[in-house]
Design a protein around this ligand. Structure first.
Ligand code: MN
Length: 385
């Protein structure tokens, strides 16, 4: 099986989400959790952006060992110096240079032509290599770039000594077919491409970040950029937990080895949500509070007979609390009986019938019947309170 690397950018691209700013201490806490989760690389910030970013990166570099620490920088002398300095104490480090490659970005943002952009990148990669053995190039907006120029940028990155070239779908514009075409083209056209690692960086503007990432891994990428809970600019980045569980559940389609400790997925997700103050949507894949909850009577009945009927992932697998069957308007008597049993409440068949009728009234004003309310209803029924 092919080995892939997970490059987590929760602390850089994730933190760029408006409102998700984190203190250096919080970043350190997340970096430790990411290390324990088993990611290969932690992109820990954009140190040239602010003194806080630089101080967080230095702290993480000094204190988090046994994992690669990456610093994000533009292809500029002043960014590279700060990145290199902040990474000084890292056991294993990488400078990740972002280089716009679409005409729109090169002309509008940088005011450069193709030749000057290549010269700028070449000198930046060489300079960054003075600080770090490993340099990664992110080809920004690569999915809207002129493809022959993208091939030239890849050739220049290899020649200058970059270790990784990452294709960024910066605005979440791609489809899986586009991704397949780009990777096939690079592999066909660029001599020596096997000497570099290819990476993928996707955004979720069209809800395609996960499938685009998986497609890239299937057609030659060996490294996936992602964030916990999909935290990131606009609609966010590819979600680490979705990529990892798709690989786990559909290993027939995505036969890739990785080092992620699955049972840490849920706790890490909760930690990032708490620190970033970005709540997790209840129906979010893998880590949403309802990801393992079953509300409909038919589903609850099936689950009681065999959990495989309505569950492809068990909550224990990802470190989530055991699957629960909340009592809702759609619950049947079997679900109700099972919940009562779990609460240690014994009722007769007649009482169960009475209770399920009573509960129906209850849902005129609430969506889910909590345990406290359920116990109260049983009390009222049995003791006529
Ligand atoms: Mn991004």
């Amino acid at each position: 099986m092919k080995k892939i690397e997970i490059y987590d950018t929760t602390l850089r691209d994730g933190e760029q989400a408006p409102g998700a700013a984190m203190s250096p201490d919080s970043k350190l806490e997340i970096a430790i959790a990411l290390k324990n989760l088993g990611v290969d690389t932690i992109e820990s910030g954009f140190p040239a952006a602010s003194a806080d970013d630089a101080s967080a990166l230095s702290k993480i570099s000094s204190e988090v060992k046994g994992v690669r620490i990456a610093a994000f920088a533009r292809a500029k002398h002043e960014d590279i110096i700060v990145a290199g300095t902040s990474l000084k104490n890292a056991e294993n480090s990488r400078i990740t240079l972002v280089m716009p490659v679409s005409d729109l970005h090169i002309h509008t943002k940088l005011g450069l032509d193709h030749a000057k952009a290549i010269a700028m990148l070449t000198s930046a990669v060489k300079e960054a290599r003075n600080y770090c053995a490993e340099v990664e190039v992110i080809a920004e907006d690569a999915t809207r770039a002129n493809l022959s120029f993208l091939c030239n940028i890849t050739r220049a990155s290899i020649k200058a000594g970059a270790r990784v070239l990452t294709i960024a779908d910066t605005v979440g514009y791609s489809t899986p077919e586009d991704i397949r075409n780009i990777f096939n083209l690079l592999q066909k056209e660029v001599l020596g491409i096997e000497n570099i690692m290819l990476g993928i960086h996707c955004h979720d503007d069209l809800g395609l970040a996960t499938i685009n990432t998986l497609t890239a891994l299937a057609v030659g990428a060996q490294q996936a950029h992602c964030t916990i809970n999909g935290l990131g600019e606009r609609a966010g980045n590819a979600a680490l937990e979705e990529i990892i569980m798709a690989i786990k559940v559909r290993v027939d389609m995505f036969p890739f080895m990785n080092n992620i400790n699955l049972t840490k997925l849920w706790p890490t997700s909760r930690l990032v949500s708490e620190i970033s103050k970005f709540p997790i949507s209840p129906n979010k894949a893998i880590v949403g509070k309802n990801a393992f909850a079953h509300g409909a009577g038919i589903h609850q009945d099936g689950m009681l007979k065999n959990t495989n009927t309505y569950q492809i992932i068990s909550p224990e697998q990802v470190g989530a609390p055991l699957s629960h069957m909340p009592i809702t308007r759609h619950s049947g008597r079997k679900g109700l009986s099972a919940r009562l049993c779990e609460l240690g409440i014994m009722v007769s068949e007649i009482q169960l019938e009475q209770l399920s009728l009573k509960i129906k009234d209850y849902f005129s004003h609430t969506a889910v019947l909590g345990d406290v309310e359920l116990i109260k209803l049983v009390d009222e029924m049995i003791f006529n309170k």
